[in-house]
Design a binder for this molecule. Structure first.
Ligand code: DOR
Ligand code: ZN
Ligand code: ZN
Length: 419
């Protein structure tokens, strides 16, 4: 079969390695039918889902059960990151690459973090166990000591709420430094999620230069907004870690363009409008983003370097949204050279179209977006997953394929690719 791309750009199907699709237990916020449509409308053909569901995902058996539950319900191919408790990381020992290659650890607490590991001895054990099991740790590295201190100092309610109004310069730096030290001791491969400040980017880049197996992610939210947006719109633009200053945002862009960042992840974390309208200390942090990510980051790149060629910018995005996540999470034999023809995943992208995300075009079940009213540059015209058109858009009409997204297999990161 041939497809006339009309001179547009062809990108690989994107891998969003950071989504919260909320099944099981939180399906009033999001479900895989809606989120699958949001994904493919954003050019994403594979997602890796976070474990902070109700109950959280901790074991290989639970991963199999979750995959069964999702069969036939979603457009998007998928994998899962496991969660872990500090009390007992031993389930990680029986996880094979079929089930997961990665584990998310929350170092700080907030509304949607069920398993927080704070105890230093427990953290050592988690890092050691992951290293022995060949699993990559994904870190939510925030300092809740700093949170708590600032909140009580300002008389704000305990927990999430006061933090982003004060914007201390050190929101995650203590946690990130701790992570680097643990990597040095145990050799665990780590990927630090949603890095939000200049200092954290500096420290992680320096650690990687010393040869430690440390990589990091940034989100479209931290590249698109600053704390000003949170002050302006409240909980709608509040996430954890909080949005920072302009100088932080520009440092993150530099890390994207300069190749310090390994992956972009949407951190698609939908909550209902009603939840977001609760008083600040009770409104859960998080924004949707899987549909908006590619075009939001492309828009930012264009604005910052209008003279760069669209080809170079799209190559950068393809690296951060396909090649690098595939390599980090063991998807490259599925999504790459080794099985040509199995995965004809690609995206037809018009790099010049300027458009606005209309409320009616939002696919997430939560039904809102922090990017409403933005003029975006670049638009997904068609998404093909394993040879099938799963999304196309013409004359303002979106069309979707059938929900036969699969649970993908993977190899262990770092294993030799069998030939
Ligand atoms: O803002 C956030 N929301 N940060 C997280 O780490 C979790 C997420 C969620 O699940 O809502
Ligand atoms: Zn997180
Ligand atoms: Zn997240």
């Amino acid at each position: 079969r041939t497809l006339d791309g009309g001179g547009r750009h062809l990108l690989p199907g994107l891998i969003d390695s950071h989504v919260h699709f909320r099944t099981p237990g939180l399906t009033h916020k999001e479900d895989w039918a809606h989120a699958g449509r949001a994904a493919v409308a954003g050019g994403v053909t594979t997602v890796i889902d976070m474990p902070n569901t109700l109950p959280p995902l901790h074991t290989a058996e639970e991963a199999h059960r979750k995959a069964e539950l999702l069969a036939g319900t979603t457009l998007v191919d998928h994998r899962f990151h496991l969660g872990v408790t500090g009390d007992d990381p031993s389930p990680l020992r029986s996880v094979g690459p079929r089930e997961a290659t990665s584990v998310k650890v929350f170092l700080a607490g907030h509304h949607t973090a069920p398993d927080v590991v704070r105890d230093p001895a427990q953290l050592e054990k988690v890092f050691r166990t992951a290293a022995e099991a060949g699993l990559r740790l994904l870190l939510h590295a925030e300092d809740d000591a700093v949170f708590g201190l600032l909140d009580s100092w300002r008389g704000a309610p305990a927990g999430y709420g006061g933090y982003e109004r004060h914007r201390p310069r050190s929101g995650g730096i203590v946690a990130v430094a701790r992570v680097v030290e643990l990597v040095r001791r145990h050799g665990t491969a780590v990927h630090v999620l949603h890095v939000s400040s200049a200092e954290e980017a500096d420290l992680l880049t320096a650690a990687a230069h010393t040869g430690l197996p440390v990589t990091f992610e940034v989100t479209p939210h931290h590249l698109s907004f600053t704390a000003t947006e949170t002050s302006r719109t409240g909980a709608r633009a509040r996430l954890s870690p909080a949005l920072r200053d302009r100088s932080d945002r520009e440092r993150l862009w530099q890390a994207v363009v300069g190749g310090e960042v390994a992956t972009l992840g949407s951190d698609h974390a939908p909550h209902t409008r009603a939840e977001k309208l609760r008083p600040p200390a009770e409104a859960p942090p998080g924004l949707p983003g899987v549909q908006e990510m590619l075009t939001a980051v492309h828009t930012g790149l264009r604005r910052r370097a209008p003279e760069d060629s669209p080809d170079a910018q799209l190559s950068c995005l393809a690296r951060l949204l396909a090649e690098r996540p595939a390599g980090l999470f063991g998807l490259d034999e599925r999504k790459g050279r080794l099985r040509p023809g199995l995965d004809a995943d690609f995206v037809l992208f018009d790099a010049d179209e300027r458009w606005m995300l209309a409320p009616g075009a939002i696919q997430s079940k939560c039904g809102w977006s922090a990017y409403e009213g933005w003029t975006m540059t670049g638009r997904v015209l068609r998404t093909v997953r394993r040879g099938e058109t799963v999304y196309s858009h013409a004359d303002g009409q979106a069309e979707f394929g059938s929900p036969d997204g699969r649970w993908l297999d993977a190899r262990r990161p770092g294993d030799l690719v069998p030939r």
